[in-house]
Design a protein around this ligand. Structure first.
Ligand code: HEC
Ligand code: HEC
Ligand code: HEC
Length: 275
């Protein structure tokens, strides 16, 4: 036992200087690694080189426009394993794990100012047929209302890049440049309805307190009756329960006919007052 421990300590002492030496020429300078491994295609400044832009079947993509919109996890996967059938080969043979992190950190320093006018134009051209010009998706195509979406900017971008399997929402990664994706994602994010808690409180007082003294007094019907609280339900579910089904029989048609934005405000009040 004692001997084993001694050998262990001795081995560790021998290994230490070796690791230290290896550490010296272990390049962790993300900028240098990027310039020697990536810039030939993606460009020194991240906007793709002439060589990169001419690649087949797909050109190298602009890192500046995606740097802040794509998660480190996704970049790590692409850089490590590459993208099959493209010039983006796996880099795990050229860079080790720490070096890949250093490159990602460097790419994340790139910045890009979205062009919202272009975002709007591209949105109307490519997305409005399903999502509606106003983003509220009243087109009958089964698309989601982007104005009430809860997705983060990163998640909006991810949905655009990869689509939704099984839905008409297809991947736009090879249909749109990264600049257009960034412009549209920011434009869509900017369409977001910002619910007004105070107005919701007023609307609740006018339309609901007659039967529900406070939001906390609301009893849900069906399977949800004893188990679910307001916090457990998405806005979409609450909207459905307020505007459809048994509740409308009790509360009256005028509740069902409240404007959609008013219901969003009421829901915001319900959440706020039961927090
Ligand atoms: C030989 C050219 C080439 C080199 C070198 C190269 N890439 Fe790529 N890269 C590409 C191409 C081409 C694509 C686009 C593939 C596609 O559209 O499916 C791509 C795509 C990517 C993507 C996805 C971008 C997006 O917006 O979807 C990332 C991230 C990426 N590369 C990172 C790197 C990093 C980091 C390096 C260096 C360690 C590197 N690449 C080196 C050609 C290259
Ligand atoms: C052919 C119809 C169609 C087009 C065109 C289309 N979408 Fe969609 N989109 C859908 C459908 C359907 C869904 C709902 C998918 C689901 O149920 O998960 C969706 C969902 C989304 C979502 C997820 C919203 C959420 O809250 O879950 C985003 C974001 C989105 N689309 C953005 C876009 C953008 C941006 C464009 C244009 C570049 C676009 N879509 C073009 C049909 C479309
Ligand atoms: C005229 C009375 C009345 C008014 C006004 C009223 N409700 Fe209700 N509501 C009910 C009754 C009755 C139920 C059934 C559950 C119960 O007994 O509390 C109910 C149930 C609900 C439920 C649960 C529905 C379900 O399917 O689980 C929600 C959510 C709700 N009300 C929200 C509201 C909101 C928001 C307003 C105002 C916009 C409102 N109610 C106005 C009578 C009313």
């Amino acid at each position: 036992m004692e001997l084993k421990r001694l050998i262990g300590v001795a081995l560790a002492l021998i290994a230490m200087p070796v690791l230290a030496v290896a550490g010296n020429d272990h390049n962790l300078d993300g900028k240098k690694l990027y310039e020697s491994n990536c810039a030939s295609c993606h460009g020194m400044d991240g906007t793709a080189s002439a060589f990169g832009k001419a690649l087949q079947p797909f050109p190298a993509r602009n890192h500046r426009a995606m740097a802040k919109l794509v998660s480190g996890d996704e970049m790590r996967r692409i850089i490590t394993y590459g993208i099959n059938g493209t010039a983006m080969t796996p880099k795990k043979y050229d860079l080790d794990g720490l070096q890949i992190e250093a490159v990602i950190d460097y790419i994340k320093t790139f910045d890009y100012t979205p062009n919202l006018a272009n975002g709007k134009e591209r949105f109307v051209a490519i997305c409005a047929s399903c999502h509606g010009v106003d983003g509220r998706a009243q087109t009958g195509m089964g698309a989601k209302n982007l104005v009430y979406s809860k997705l983060s900017l990163e998640e909006v971008t991810h949905t655009m890049r990869y689509g939704r399997p099984g839905a008409k929402m297809t991947s736009k990664r090879h249909q749109m440049s990264n600049e257009d994706i960034a412009d549209v994602a920011n434009y869509v994010y900017g369409l977001r309805y910002k619910a007004d808690v105070a107005k919701g409180g007023k609307l609740f007082a006018e339309n609901c307190v007659a039967c529900h003294k406070t939001a906390a007094d609301i009893k849900f019907t069906g399977n949800a009756a004893n188990t679910l609280s307001i916090a457990d339900m998405s806005d979409r579910l609450l909207d459905l329960r307020i505007r459809h089904g048994r509740h409308v029989d009790r509360a009256g048609q005028h509740v069902a006919k409240l404007p959609a934005d008013d219901i969003q405000d009421i829901i915001a009040h319900m959440r706020h007052s039961t927090k």
